[in-house]
Write a protein that binds this ligand. Sequence first.
Ligand code: T4K
Length: 370
Amino acid sequence: MNNDKPIFVTQPSLPDFGRYTGLLRQIWDSRFLTNNAPFHQQFEQELTRYLDVPYCSLMTNGTLGLIIALQALRITGEVITTPFSFVATTHALRWNGIEPVFCDIDPKTGNMDPACIESLISPSTTAIMPVHVYGQPCDMDEIERIAGVYGLKVIYDAAHAFAVQIDGKSILDRGDLSVLSFHATKTFNTVEGGAIVTRDPELKQRIDYLRNFGFQDELTVIAPGINAKMNELQASYGLLQLETIDAEIEKRKKKFEHYQKLLENVDGIRMIPIFDNIRYNYTYFPIFIDSSRFGKSREDIYNILKQNNIHPRRYFYPLISDFAFYRKIPSASPKNLMIASMLAKQVLCLPLYADLDDEIIERIVNLILS
Ligand code: T4K
């Protein structure tokens, strides 16, 4: 096996080149490049159908989706969120002048622990923003129950949760809004991209205005919106990706299960739980290494793999609450985030993508166990 070729945590799957250039030809001919043009409209419709959700609004990326979701719901004050996520989750709050309040997480899933939410609610709290980390659904019933009692909105950061279903039903129409990412590193990618899912047609309308500077019509601007429009190169690419996404998820599932078989029953290595009634998208393959039982630490394994030109990622280390500009927030104290601090030290996301060779998976596992 050739060790000179680096193996990264992921490698995007792309649409068929010939078919994509066919669609580019149409864009060249029409000269409609952006601003709710034909491919944008078609992709938004087909995506809504595929995801089996009431409404969805395309975005140029997931981060702007989060920023707009908060604007659309007029969220202010404090929002309870998780530190065990990509920085974009908390940055979106700060870009709206909102104070993040960090909540500890469930050790089994890495998702926000609903039992920790109530003690963080203050008179300034207006919403809860959980993340379906690694595509594992949050405890949505309990989060939404608490939100109902205290009159809070719920915005799910569903960047990892494309097409995830429980008992055959999408999880994306839960809460007030869910926000997807279609970044190149995700199971479903449009190079950069994202979407906001809602059940409320009026809210969808407001989101659509906000992503286009707030324009309602040629002469009316209803709010200080932003530019978060997906362009025709992304939308046409996305249409082709939709055709192959089910096969993509199946391929990733096989790779995921190969790792699972090789790593089950290894003392000191834990994987995320997989439930039979959930349809996953297999974006990440995280393992949690307990060095006291396994004998080697997460950093040891990370370095061993790096020395062998394999590049796993420590998603999510450092915790968002450990970055300098968030560390001063009272809830960022490690004492408040004991489980999150522990998982951040243990986690390692191993390479996972549709074209990953089984032999490379075996080599990675052998290096971990050697
Ligand atoms: N919320 C959550 C929970 C998120 O995880 C994210 C994004 C967001 C919100 C925001 O959504 P977006 O605004 O991004 O749509 C990556 C991604 O940039 C980011 O989208 C993602 N989460 C995050 C978890 O991971 P990096 O800095 O780790 O990516 P990077 O460039 O180091 O890529 C990882 C590896 O993938 C590279 O070593 C090589 C490979 N790769 C990457 C790219 C971009 C490729 O083979 N081809 C490529 O085109 O952040």
